[in-house]
Design a protein around this ligand. Structure first.
Ligand SMILES: CCCCC/C=C\C/C=C\CCCCCCCC(=O)SCCNC(=O)CCNC(=O)[C@H](O)C(C)(C)COP(=O)(O)OP(=O)(O)OC[C@H]1O[C@@H](n2cnc3c(N)ncnc32)[C@H](O)[C@@H]1OP(=O)(O)O
Ligand SMILES: CCCCCCCC/C=C\CCCCCCCC(=O)OC[C@@H](O)COP(=O)(O)O
Length: 290
């Protein structure tokens, strides 16, 4: 009887393996599905641990969540090569901004997440079953992207409390996932927050996933992700009038770093061709990005 089950199991695994080899679509769906299942199951198992250890919603739970999520990369053959971690060692709170390519970013986030750091997330994630529960328990700040005024109010409250609570806040300034290998124009919330709290902005850049993950091409293989934590940008003395310049400055540094890490030409270099190609045209302002 037991041998029978083993043989059935082996046959199913072999069939799945063959299907994955033969069809990129099957491979993609199964790997993404497995990521979802892993997130849902691990969140369900980790939530009681967080409740028992820390008693409720607190940033301290992020350490537990981080330990669990850091193991996910082994299931997908992902490797991280990290530079500049010392740039996180600023005294007190800070705003961390990074590019956001896909839901796989949660692995990259947890790979380097500093202590006492919460993320800003769209409020819809709160209702994502066990994942929503674990995110809630981790102290994530939820915003309503459809209402600028309500998002601004939440951010203004965070600006007041982050210094008192000595927490860092991680924001994805593109405001949505973007797996094109480039950056979307930055939203200004993170930079208003940094100026209001008078804390530094620490940019973090992950190399493009496009060589190993591309939903449009049903591509999801193993791969290497280069990560660079850039030096903090001070905001002491800046006012709301400086937010646009600060946003542009961060955008340009991060775009340059993204291209460098992804092995693409420097977006700010002079194009050697007579007719500059689109990717060589320097982007002076996020407003100009279409
Ligand atoms: C154990 C197993 C676990 C398994 C699971 C694994 C891990 C999970 C665990 C934890 C990790 C959780 C991580 C979750 C990540 C989730 C990622 C996301 O959800 S990304 C989407 C949400 N985030 C954002 O959208 C942030 C970026 N957006 C902004 O900052 C926006 O600015 C905004 C605040 C949302 C407002 O949006 P809007 O479109 O209206 O933006 P604009 O920038 O165009 O602003 C319009 C206008 O308002 C001014 N403005 C903006 N913000 C402010 C402010 N705070 N104060 C004052 N004024 C502000 C801005 O300047 C514009 O005006 P103007 O044009 O005149 O300059
Ligand atoms: C009872 C309800 C059950 C609902 C089940 C939902 C299951 C969801 C399960 C697993 C998902 C794992 C994802 C981990 C968190 C990913 C965070 C993320 O990447 O959010 C995307 C968000 O930043 C931007 O969203 P958009 O790109 O604008 O869209």
């Amino acid at each position: 009887m037991e041998l029978g089950w083993l043989l059935w199991g082996a046959a199913v695994l072999l069939l799945l393996h063959l299907l994955m080899e033969l069809s990129p679509a099957v491979n993609f769906v199964l790997r993404v599905g497995f990521y979802y299942v892993l997130c849902i199951v691990c969140s369900g198992l980790t939530a009681p641990v967080c409740l028992l250890v820390n008693g409720g919603r607190t940033v301290k739970n992020m350490r537990i969540i981080k330990t669990v999520v850091k193991s996910f990369k082994y299931f997908f053959g992902l490797r991280f090569e990290v530079k500049g971690l010392e740039n996180f060692e600023v005294e007190g709170p800070a705003i961390i901004v990074s590019n956001h390519q896909s839901m796989l970013d949660m692995m990259g986030l947890m790979e380097i997440l500093p202590d006492d750091c919460v993320q800003v997330a769209k409020k819809e994630l709160m209702y994502a079953g066990t994942v929503g529960l674990i995110i809630y328990l981790g102290g994530v700040i939820f915003i309503n992207r459809k209402s600028t005024s309500s998002a601004k109010m939440v951010m203004a409250e965070v600006a007041k409390t982050m210094t008192a609570d000595n927490v860092k806040v991680w924001v994805y300034p593109e405001g949505t996932r973007n797996c094109t290998g480039d950056l979307l124009p930055f939203k200004k919330g993170a930079f208003h927050l940094a100026v209001q709290a008078q804390v530094p902005v620490i940019p973090v850049v992950y190399s493009s996933f496009t060589t190993f993950y591309n939903p449009k091409k049903n591509l999801f293989t193993s791969g290497k992700i280069k990560v660079e934590v850039l030096p903090p940008i001070e905001t002491k003395g800046l006012t709301s009038d400086d937010v646009s310049d600060l946003t542009d400055k961060c955008f340009n540094i991060m775009r340059e770093t993204l291209f460098k890490l992804s092995g693409r030409p420097d977006p700010n270099s002079v194009c050697p061709a007579a007719q500059p190609c689109a990717q060589c045209i320097p982007r002076q302002s996020t407003e100009a990005f279409t």
